[in-house]
Design a protein around this ligand. Structure first.
Ligand code: GLC
Length: 451
């Protein structure tokens, strides 16, 4: 069905050049530079924080438990995240080696985490906390020099004016009051606030498009005008949309949910979706849920997280790793511990300390600022490249020899950690590396200087 719609759109463009004209998007030089900067950072932290955190059941609780909006929204009057400290959040995230933060400004529940003038259902007007947490975070990100992105839900389970899709059906909205024009203006007014009052915003990360993917007649989200508004307000602000399809005109990054580009293990990717030439980003959860879920202690180990990051970088994509902050305003202790452990690997600290490794090794060099390496991701690991340096990340391999289907000339080869020489033998279809020993550790990196 979706494939037919996409082809129909192309056919219409062929017949009507004016339409094609309208949908042509030419990114500004600031936008291109911002894409480059985004891609070079390679690693970001996603934060899902909202009223849903109070119920501690994940961000879909309202829908999953069938709670009417009128009841659910009462939780706002008790939202008081007393221990929220933007400085500590940003410091912990930065120490992990992450280069940006993406936080939910308003999720499907419809609650705004900033001082919006477009509704009273927000952290200033509806809670006793009365602090604009996005403002505090934005200022701290500026101070600590880390990029800030805002997640923004296109769908809303609470507002009557949002025309209901396939979710939110149990929240007891009044469908007769649906008013798309009114809702669209509300969203654009909110986006204008977010892009006017919070300093430079690296990206707007949309979610919820799929709420109308099963409509009998295609739903028009009027995306081009909305994207145009964003780019007009902040030309360097990137637009991403978690719609699981090929990117639409006006989008600057392509998002993959719980899958590396080219994979579809989670089953979200549309069958017609293609990997574009835009910067790519994969989002994943550190435990199993996006929003805080009290029972979910299923955290990935530090080793697994490093492996995710390496494999994502090996695909030439960014990793956006999620944490669900607690209702008291703290990041869960295990998540903070994982951030620290990732930082130790990234920044080359001795394990368990913040002392910089005497060898001065920082694995961040093998991730940040790299592109996908010459050898596609393999069962043993992945490769990344920075200029003439090719990094071979061996994550799991029980032999001393490793074959690489490599066309370029290798001038020098050594272990990244201790500089031990690695023997390179040419074969008709590539090279065989002979390592000093069977590789051990989280990630045994071999650095190849190539020509
Ligand atoms: C899905 C979920 C949503 C979450 C998002 C993050 O769209 O519905 O709750 O915010 O994934 O990728």
């Amino acid at each position: 069905m979706k494939r037919i719609l996409v082809s129909a759109a192309f056919a219409a463009m062929a017949l009507c050049p004016a339409l094609a004209q309208q949908t042509t998007y030419v990114p500004t030089p600031e936008n291109i530079a911002s894409r480059q900067d985004f891609a070079e950072r390679r690693f970001g932290i996603f934060l899902h924080w909202g009223l849903y955190s109070m119920f501690a059941q994940g961000e879909w609780y309202m829908q999953n438990a069938g709670i009417p909006y009128a009841e659910y929204s009462k939780a706002a009057s008790a939202f008081y995240p007393a221990n929220f400290n933007a400085h500590d959040w940003v410091a912990a995230i930065k120490a992990s080696g992450a280069g940006y933060i993406t936080i939910t400004s308003r999720h499907h529940e419809g609650f705004s985490m900033w001082d919006t003038k477009c509704s009273d259902y927000d952290i200033i007007d509806a809670t006793p906390f009365k602090r604009d947490v996005l403002k505090e975070l934005a200022e701290e990100c500026q101070k600590q020099d880390i990029r800030l992105h805002f997640y923004y839900s296109h769908l809303d389970w609470g507002r009557d004016d949002y025309p209901m899709g396939r979710t939110g059906t149990q929240c007891k909205k009044d469908p007769t009051k649906a008013d798309w024009k009114h809702y669209y203006k509300f969203m654009n007014d909110q986006l204008t606030e977010l892009l006017t009052n919070y300093g430079p915003i690296g990206a707007i990360w949309f979610d919820g498009w799929w709420d109308h993917d099963s409509d009998a007649t295609p739903f028009d989200w009027e995306l081009p005008e909305q994207y145009e508004l964003i780019h007009r307000l902040q030309p360097a602000c990137l637009v991403g949309n978690n719609h699981h399809m090929s990117p639409n005109p006006g989008e600057d990054i392509q998002i993959f949910e719980r899958d590396l580009p080219g994979e579809n293990k989670a089953g979200f990717v549309d069958e017609a979706a293609e990997i574009s030439r835009l910067p790519l980003e994969t989002c994943e959860t550190m435990n199993g849920m996006w929003g805080y879920k009290i029972i979910d202690q299923n955290y990935k180990s530090a080793t697994q997280l490093v492996h995710y990051l390496v494999n994502t970088a090996g695909k030439g994509a960014n990793l956006l790793m999620n944490i669900g902050p607690q209702p008291n305003g703290e990041l869960p202790a295990t998540a903070v511990q994982r951030l620290k452990e990732m930082g130790e690997w990234m920044n080359g600290c001795e394990r368990g300390t913040s002392k910089v490794n005497p060898s001065g090794l920082a694995h961040v060099e093998t991730i940040r600022g790299t592109v996908a390496g010459d050898v596609p991701v393999q069962s043993w690991g992945a490769t990344t490249r920075c200029g003439n340096r090719l990094f071979v990340h061996i994550l799991k391999h029980d032999q001393q020899e490793l074959y690489l289907p490599l066309n370029c000339k290798v001038v020098k080869a050594f272990a990244f950690d201790d500089k031990a020489p690695v023997k390179v033998t040419k074969t008709p279809s590539g090279v065989v590396l002979t390592l000093p020993a069977v590789p051990t550790g989280v990630d045994y990196v071999v650095e190849l200087e190539t020509k």
